[in-house]
Design a protein around this ligand. Structure first.
Ligand SMILES: C[S@@+](CC[C@H](N)C(=O)[O-])C[C@H]1O[C@@H](n2cnc3c(N)ncnc32)[C@H](O)[C@@H]1O
Length: 269
């Protein structure tokens, strides 16, 4: 994507030397067939645009509407509980980008987020300085999009060198049980999403959100009403979060339901 028209509005920056990116980008090419497939998907455009004249607020009118709803006072859009998968309107859609109610991730991270030194985790974390309602959008988990082979290589290197791991694996399943795997690593290039720590009782969750590309963005949303100054966390195990973890890296989340260990980052295949 050459960017300026559709790049999300994001004024955040990293506290240390690291490239800040506004949305996920391809890993450097390793000339593999696997990389070429990933690049093909990355450069593909979803052709499911709407022809709406209204605000795309309901699925009977807009092919991908009805996934977000306004708060009672109309001040912000929230992810509906049942919304899965999420497909937003994009620049090919005929609706008006200023009045369309099906664009949220498209607009970039919310304001009033703050990177801080988390006393709970003993490393950096992300917190909010204002209240966030349940369903509110936080930010994308943006980083380099990896092939399975490269992700396995980086996971092993992180383990061997005892480095922090930023690789996140999102698994999606279609009704015929086919799996789409999206792997994002913000360790070298990333956005503000890389600072969310893991909690066994999280206040945020992740969701796959597609805008104009078959590769989803990993959206982070509030899983409950969140008060100002609370640290933002999600469960790194994603949909596998009910699996009991019996070993590995000790978890520092301190939640009453803490399993004692962080979920392992595993990649099928
Ligand atoms: C995506 S980063 C989160 C941001 C990180 N704290 C930082 O300072 O950049 C993930 C890393 O943070 C640490 N971390 C996150 N959640 C944790 C938890 N519940 N317990 C222990 N360490 C955690 C681990 O080192 C993990 O590899």
């Amino acid at each position: 994507m050459d960017g300026s028209e559709t790049a999300p509005n994001d004024d955040y920056e990293h506290p240390d030397e690291l490239e800040y990116i506004l949305e996920s980008v391809l890993m450097p090419s390793d000339d593999s067939e696997e990389f070429k497939c990933l690049a093909d998907d990355y450069n593909s455009v979803l052709l499911n645009h709407c022809r709406c004249k209204g605000a795309c607020e309901n699925s009977e009118v807009c092919p991908h509407g009805g996934q977000y709803e306004f708060t009672g006072d109309g001040s912000e859009l929230l992810l509906r509980k049942s919304a899965n998968p999420v497909i937003e309107c994009n620049d090919l859609c005929k609706c008006c980008r200023n009045t369309c109610s099906n664009r949220l991730v498209y607009l970039g991270p919310r304001k009033h987020l703050e990177i801080f030194d988390s006393p709970v985790y003993g490393s950096k974390g992300l917190r909010t300085t204002v209240n966030i309602p349940k369903g509110g959008y936080i930010c994308e988990y943006a980083g380099e999009l990896l092939t399975v082979t490269e992700a396995k290589r980086r996971l092993q290197a992180n383990e061997e060198l005892n480095l922090m791991n930023y690789v996140l694996v999102l698994n999606e399943y279609t009704s015929d049980k086919k799996q789409q795997v999206t792997i994002v690593d913000p360790s070298r290039r990333g956005n503000i999403g890389r600072y969310l720590n893991h909690s066994c009782e999280p206040n945020c969750h992740i969701a796959a959100v597609r805008i104009d590309c078959p590769i989803p963005k990993i959206g982070i949303f509030a899983a409950k009403d969140i008060a100002a100054t609370e640290e933002l966390c999600f469960h790194y195990g994603g949909e596998g979060q009910f699996k009991k973890v019996t070993g590995g890296k000790p978890c520092l989340c301190g939640a009453s339901k803490c399993t004692g260990f962080m979920p392992n980052t595993t990649i099928d295949g």
